[in-house]
Design a protein around this ligand. Structure first.
Ligand code: ADP
Ligand code: MG
Length: 416
């Protein structure tokens, strides 16, 4: 696991990330990953972590909490030495994601990152631990096993991160976490990151943290007033046809089309390309290079259309987007606000169209509730609509009444 020598040709950077105090190498690294602007949790947490203070950072899932701690940690560690940073994660998938993020962000350093989690053999993990590492991402159970076998010592850990603390507690890891924390030096810096802040976190925090700073990113509800919103009811089988007509009838400068899934966005992009549109695609299965090409191409006008998933599009600041079209209704009402935030920036006006099928009526209503505005339902003259209960006002009222009943919106995640 010896890394190649650090490239010396990292250019001088002047970006929103260097303004937060991050080095040229890190700013260059995130730029390569296609990040343009820090997310709110990053903007607020990075300076705190750099300052050495303990922190409780909370922000909704998918808002970039990993980079909020990984970037300043990499900067603080500097160069290869001892195991100085431990990140605890509740699940193997999350541990893998975080390790991968650290690998990418630390590309232009000689820091070594590894991971230990349960359900697999010990051999490779043991080898990695003995090879000398700086940063370790781990699930609690397997880490305790390694500690008991004397495979790893936490005596030099300067920075301890408890990530996804709410889930960690939900999953019953509190005793394991406490045992691990006790094996780290008292002088450490401790960081908590969580999507929600249930009351149980407070007692763990007062035990593990010293005078922590708190960064809490609230949910954004409002949208710019310069945007015109419309819902277009349509049956699922006619969505693409309607999209095409919308594109033909609107005089757009540049349009972002949001889809719910990575596969969905690829499919839409393919079909649009076959109809003669120039299209870029942005989602998390695309390589960094492809993402940057899509984004740059869209910004320069080479692509008139950008098809994207929510996660890929968070935090992007693209000037001059005249239209946002939600091919799929976002699953979380808050994502609607984020998507629409891509248009109507800086006083420019914009249009936000959303295709709504029968299945989406409930999600569409929750967007209206969340943003506190009624959105007009529109029909396009001359479109060969297949009859749908969506166009029947009485049936719609019934659906709306059903949708008004509270439902649990948790754990409906589709990977994006
Ligand atoms: P969280 O831990 O808050 O749920 P993650 O750290 O896993 O969120 O980030 C979610 C996704 O957002 C990742 O795919 C990540 O690469 C991406 N991301 C993070 N920060 C930015 C940014 N500043 N610009 C663009 N994408 C970002
Ligand atoms: Mg996370």
């Amino acid at each position: 696991m010896v890394k190649p020598a650090i490239p010396v040709d990292v250019p001088k950077m002047d970006t929103a990330f260097t303004k937060l105090g991050l080095s040229d190498a890190l700013a260059f690294g995130v730029q390569e990953m296609g990040y343009v602007e820090p997310t709110p949790i990053q903007a607020q947490a990075i300076p705190v972590v750099l300052s050495g203070r303990d922190l409780i950072g909370s922000a909704q899932t998918g808002t970039g909490k990993t980079a909020a701690f990984a970037l300043p940690i990499i900067q603080k560690l500097g160069t290869h030495g001892k195991l100085r940073c431990l990140i605890l994660e509740p699940t193997r998938e999350l541990a893998l994601q975080v390790e991968e993020a650290f690998q990418k962000f630390s590309k232009f350093t000689d820091l070594r990152v590894t991971i230990v989690y349960g359900g697999v053999g010990y051999g490779k993990q043991l080898e990695d631990l003995r090879g000398g590492i700086d940063i370790l991402a781990a699930t609690p159970g397997r880490l305790l096993d390694h500690m008991e076998q004397g495979n790893v010592s936490l005596a030099d850990v300067d920075i301890l991160v408890l990530d996804e603390v709410d889930r960690m507690l939900d999953m019953g890891f509190l005793p394991d976490v406490k045992r691990i924390v006790q094996k780290t030096p008292n002088t450490r810096q401790t960081l908590f990151f969580t999507a929600t802040v249930p009351p149980e976190i407070a007692s763990l925090a007062s035990w593990a943290l010293k005078d922590p700073a708190r960064v809490e990113i609230g949910r954004q509800r409002s949208v710019a007033e310069t945007i015109a919103h419309a819902f277009y009811p349509v049956v699922a089988s006619q969505k693409f046809e309607l999209l095409q007509l919308l594109l033909e009838q609107t005089d757009f400068k540049s349009v972002i089309i949001f889809a719910r899934t990575r596969m969905g966005s690829d499919r839409i992009a393919d079909r649009l390309q076959r109809k003669g549109h120039t299209v870029g695609v942005l989602h998390s299965d695309r390589s960094q290079r492809e993402r940057i090409e899509a984004l740059e191409g869209f910004k320069s006008g080479k692509f008139e259309v950008l098809v994207a998933t929510d996660i890929a599009a968070r935090g992007l600041d693209i000037a001059g987007v005249s239209h946002v079209i939600n091919y799929d209704v976002p699953e979380n009402a808050e994502d609607y606000v984020h998507r629409i935030g891509r248009t109507g920036r800086a006083q420019a006006s914009g249009d936000a169209f959303t295709l709504v099928t029968e299945e989406d009526v409930r999600d569409a209503r929750s967007i209206e509730r969340f943003t506190g505005m009624a959105i007009e339902r529109k029909k396009i003259e001359g479109f060969p609509y297949i009859y749908s209960a969506l166009f029947d006002e009485k049936a719609q009222a019934e659906v709306a009444a059903a949708a008004a009943k509270p439902v649990s919106r948790l754990h409906r995640g589709v990977r994006r």
